[in-house]
Design a binder for this molecule. Structure first.
Ligand SMILES: Cc1ncc(COP(=O)(O)O)c(C=O)c1O
Length: 419
């Protein structure tokens, strides 16, 4: 008889890496709700409510704001494969690992891809992006908002105008920022944006919220196709080349999420419940409150790490609010410290990739995990691990400095704080 393994009993962890992070228990509860048929009016009502919640989260009036089933890269693939016709020129300003991912997906869509590369730890100025657009004349600009690999956030405010002036479609990967930093889709004129649940939205990986405007709808409609088994008799195919993926065809997804409710995939019921609850909770907290909570944690952890004598990685004026890069001191073994954090304290912090491998740790303060007590616990644990590995730190310096930031924000004098 095949071996029966024990029951699933994951060790409790405090997930303070670059994602996934701890899921809000209310999202877990939503995921345990009963299945419904995908065309049950109760379920299609939940689909419509999810679309409405996503519009608020993305600060957009875009009708087409829905979920692509799959992790964050499913949303990226759906948008890029639907936007890019083979041979189109796509410009990717690349400042970290996920710029490479956008370039690679665009290449698989048979785009003529040009990258504009920057040293990791920095971001682009709007002028640099505009100059590259003028030089290469792309049809699509694909840009990461917050690149967790470097912990840098590319300012987006001016990029939409630049793209409109130059007749370029702008796609943004907001996987790591949505819910933690502002992604003002309409004000910033972002044509298409995608994200994931597993970072600042406090959900599990496996659902990708996307939004796109009428400029994108025009491209998709021109490539319109419907599967033979469900195609209405009077249907006329689009003139432009068919979208290369069935699963990620935004046109067919629009028919599924829109009034015609044409069958496509079977919507991932429990993931839709999760996304609906995750987004609802962020909106109930208030978007601006949520961003402020992430900014405060970033300030506190930054103060704590600096007080411990550690150096922060990258251009701090463009640091993401929800992930912090820390230079690993040369005298300690970074992986040994991470191992000790995990095995002795149950805390996960992140390692890094590519040129930063072995050079920085990445500490996430995202979503449900982004709270004062977790910042203080993480700093206290890190202090012990570093001290035991030979990096001298004044006892309590990190948590003291972080706590002082919180006390100031709470307007409580340090000495009078409740014990
Ligand atoms: C900026 C960014 N884009 C894309 C991804 C890929 O997401 P997923 O692993 O959910 O497909 C990540 C994951 O860390 C990310 O941080």
């Amino acid at each position: 008889m095949a071996e029966l393994f024990g029951d699933l009993n994951p060790p409790p962890r405090l997930l303070m890496g670059p994602g996934p992070v701890g899921v809000d228990p209310r999202v877990l509860r939503a995921m345990s709700m009963p299945m419904l048929g995908q065309f049950d009016p109760a379920f299609t009502a939940y689909m419509n409510e999810t679309m409405e919640l996503l519009r608020q989260l993305y600060r957009t009036k875009n009708r087409w704001s829905f979920l692509v089933d799959g992790t964050a890269r499913a949303g990226i693939e759906a948008i890029l494969v639907s936007l890019i016709t083979p041979g189109d020129k796509v410009l990717v300003p690349n400042f970290g690992r996920f710029g490479f991912l956008l370039a690679e997906i665009a290449q698989r869509c048979r785009a003529d891809v040009v990258t504009l590369d920057r040293e990791w730890g920095t971001v682009f100025t709007p002028d640099e992006i505009e100059a590259a657009i003028k030089k290469h004349k792309p049809r699509v600009l694909a840009l990461v908002h917050g690149d967790t690999s470097t912990t840098m956030a590319q300012p987006l405010k001016d990029i939409g105008d630049i793209c409109r002036r130059n007749d370029v479609l702008l796609y943004v990967d907001a996987t790591a920022t949505l819910g933690g930093m502002d992604v003002a889709v309409d004000d910033w004129k972002l044509d298409a944006v995608s994200a994931g649940l597993q970072k600042c939205l406090s959900g599990p990986p496996g659902s990708s919220p996307v939004t796109f405007n009428e400029r994108v709808v025009d491209v998709v409609k021109a490539r319109k196709h419907i599967e033979a088994g469900i195609r209405p008799d009077n249907f006329v195919e689009g003139n432009a080349p068919i979208i290369q993926s069935n699963y990620f065809d935004l046109g067919m997804l629009m028919d599924y999420w829109g009034e015609s409710r044409l069958n496509h995939h079977t919507e991932a019921t429990s993931m839709l419940y999760a996304a609906r609850e995750a987004v609802r909770l962020v909106l109930a907290e208030g978007l601006d409150n949520c961003f402020a909570r992430h900014r405060l944690a970033s300030e506190a952890i930054t103060a704590g790490l600096t007080a411990m004598g550690l150096e922060l990685f990258g251009d701090q004026t463009n640091k993401m609010a929800n992930v912090t890069g820390v230079v690993i001191p040369t005298q300690v073994d970074g992986e040994a410290v991470r191992g000790m954090m995990l095995h002795d304290f149950g805390i996960e912090i992140g390692t890094s990739f590519g040129p930063l491998r072995g050079k920085i740790w990445r500490i996430g303060t995202m979503g449900f995990v982004c709270r004062k007590e977790n910042v203080l616990i993480c700093l206290s644990a890190l202090e012990t691990c570093l001290r035991q590995r030979g990096f001298g730190i004044k006892a309590g310096a990190g948590p003291d400095a972080a706590l002082a930031v919180y006390r100031r924000a709470e307007k409580i004098p340090a000495k009078k704080a409740a014990v």
